[in-house]
Write a protein that binds this ligand. Structure first.
Ligand SMILES: [Zn+2]
Length: 385
């Protein structure tokens, strides 16, 4: 075998070993040999190198079956760090994660303009802020970015980002030149789904809500992309004949009916023009407070939202039969109002078999879901794929 392929094989074996330790939390060398079929000597050598790299360490938590306690291996959380960014429409969020997926630091900055260079500049500020803590900078293994719009993760291009007015931009190349570490990019909603996936979910739909509505589809732990990377455009599912005109040019799309800005235009008839992020979040909270006080018009909006979202989700449930639907984005703040109604709608509109075991939940990561997912994407690509 040539040296190149030997190196590759060693790297693959090391990845397999890390993945096993990652999933098992603490495991012995002998057990790793059993699972992988590698010889005990090969396991020992690879483990030694991974320990030298600082990625794993020994522990003595093992149960002794008489005699000496077995030495177990576990992940060394400080062995590697990952940075995740979410490039949103109004702001950029960033987190620093350790090898155990613990969030060590967070930063958020306002977007200044939709120029790529502006995003790079703000990302630099965030990354410097995140790594300015007491971590070894050379242990930052990579940067993962969730970008709004259609993204080609293999070439690292933003293919189409309507809000930013981007077409075919080599985002990854630009970021690698800036940061000199491995960079991965993907669509923001798909990146969010990765954070949920590594929390132990295998077959689920992640629904992001807000000014845009999108979905990520995960089956058998794999993201579904579609031929042109554009799968998951849930906001453009048509749920009404001759409905309101959508930004995509069609009419009656879910997004044209229940995106948060469209809901606000309906609730506040005086509201005109583009709503700023700040305005949107203030007014959205106001609307929810009105609904909690039982104001009729606000409750109508909530009911309508549950009805159309329930319709869209029921279609997805009947088509895909997932284990779970996870809600993210603006609607998570309305979970107390929306979830009971949505559950009713789903029960009513989805087929009994498809919906019977379904659970509907809200993400625990709040507004940080996208940036956590960005960092998890790097961890997955480098160590767990
Ligand atoms: Zn549309």
């Amino acid at each position: 075998m040539q040296r190149g392929s030997l190196e590759l094989m060693k790297k693959m074996n090391q990845q397999i070993i890390i993945r096993i330790i990652y999933n098992d939390k603490a495991i012995s060398r002998a057990r790793i040999a059993e699972i992988t079929g590698l010889s005990p000597a090969a396991v020992s050598n690879n483990v030694k190198e991974l320990m030298e790299m600082g990625l794993i360490k020994e522990t003595e938590h093992g149960e002794s079956r008489g005699g000496r306690k077995p030495v177990l291996l576990e992940i060394n959380p400080e062995g590697a760090y990952f940075i995740g960014l979410e490039w949103g429409i109004a702001e950029i969020r960033g987190v620093l994660l350790d090898l155990n997926k613990k969030v060590l630091a967070r930063r958020v900055e306002k977007a200044e303009s939709f120029q790529l260079e502006s995003f790079v500049k703000i990302s630099r500020k965030i990354v410097d802020g995140l790594t300015g803590q007491s971590i070894e900078k050379e242990r930052v293994y990579g940067l993962g970015v969730g970008v709004h719009g259609v993204v080609d993760p293999e070439r690292g291009y933003s293919l189409f980002a309507p809000h930013f007015r981007w077409r075919d931009l080599p985002v990854r190349e630009r970021l690698e030149a800036e940061f000199r570490i491995p960079v991965f990019i993907d669509n923001d909603v798909r990146v969010m789904a990765l954070a949920e996936k590594w929390n132990g979910k295998g077959n689920f739909l992640l629904i992001n809500t807000g000014p845009g509505i999108g979905a990520a589809i995960v089956f058998d732990g794999k993201l579904h992309y579609g031929r042109d990377y554009s799968a998951g455009e849930f906001g453009h599912m048509i749920v009404m004949r001759d409905g309101p005109v959508c930004s995509c040019g069609n009419s009656g799309c879910l997004e044209a009916l229940i995106s948060t800005d469209n809901l606000l235009y309906r609730y506040y008839p005086d509201l005109e023009g583009e709503i700023t992020k700040k305005e949107l979040s203030v007014k959205w909270q106001e609307l929810l407070a009105d609904a909690r006080e039982g104001r009729e018009k606000a409750l109508e909006i909530i009911n309508m939202t549950a009805e159309y979202l329930g319709m869209g989700l029921s279609n997805l449930v009947n088509l895909l039969n997932p284990d779970e639907i996870v809600l993210a984005g603006d609607f998570t703040q309305a979970a107390d109002l929306l979830l009971p109604l949505l559950k009713e709608e789903l029960k009513k509109k989805s087929l009994a078999i498809a919906g019977r075991g379904l659970s509907l939940t809200v993400t625990d990561y709040g507004e940080w879901l996208g940036s956590v997912g960005g960092a998890v994407m790097v961890l997955e690509k480098l160590f767990l794929d």
